[in-house]
Design a protein around this ligand. Structure first.
Ligand code: HEC
Length: 134
């Protein structure tokens, strides 16, 4: 009986550890929905899913973040508005303003690598050109 008690507590402890691990990984698990008619290639989508989408979506807790940029709303924007958002994205990633410094400190996995910055910037810049018919 005593031995079973120890095993029970061990299992309980392991479950709690696993659950808390899952919680701290929340940024990695959320996913940007596939956008109909919106040109987001898979390699760009992966970066947005892991490093941007969690704050910039319909259900985001940060009102400020979702007002400024909401990936769920991009497909319904008029072309000139979409161009404006893409221009903002290109700018903040180039300047290193996003993800916010505070968030990166708390969740270091949010930090963009140099390659990811280039991928996001090139995508946004080329998409702007495509939309403006250049
Ligand atoms: C931890 C939450 C969080 C993450 C992750 C995040 N953002 Fe933000 N973002 C914010 C907040 C909050 C604001 C509003 C800042 C303000 O107005 O002061 C914002 C603002 C912006 C803006 C508008 C800037 C402006 O002033 O017009 C853009 C564009 C943006 N984010 C892009 C991104 C991109 C691209 C990523 C991923 C590389 C990203 N964000 C990741 C929280 C986040």
């Amino acid at each position: 009986m005593k031995k079973q008690g120890v095993i029970f507590i061990a299992i309980l402890f392991m479950s709690v550890t696993l659950l808390s691990f899952k919680y701290t990984r929340k940024f990695v698990n959320d996913a940007t929905p596939q956008h109909k008619g919106l040109n987001i290639p898979e390699n760009v989508k992966v970066i947005i899913d892991n490093k941007c989408y969690d704050c910039h979506n319909n259900k985001s807790k940060s009102k400020k973040a979702k007002t400024k940029l909401n990936f769920d709303k991009l497909p319904s924007l008029k072309t000139h508005k979409l161009i404006g958002k893409l221009d903002n994205i290109s700018e903040v990633v180039t300047e290193g303003d996003m993800p916010p410094e505070k968030a990166v400190k708390k969740y270091p996995q949010l930090k963009l690598t140099k390659k990811e910055v280039t991928t996001l910037k090139n995508w946004a810049d080329n998409y702007i050109k495509e939309l403006s018919g250049e």
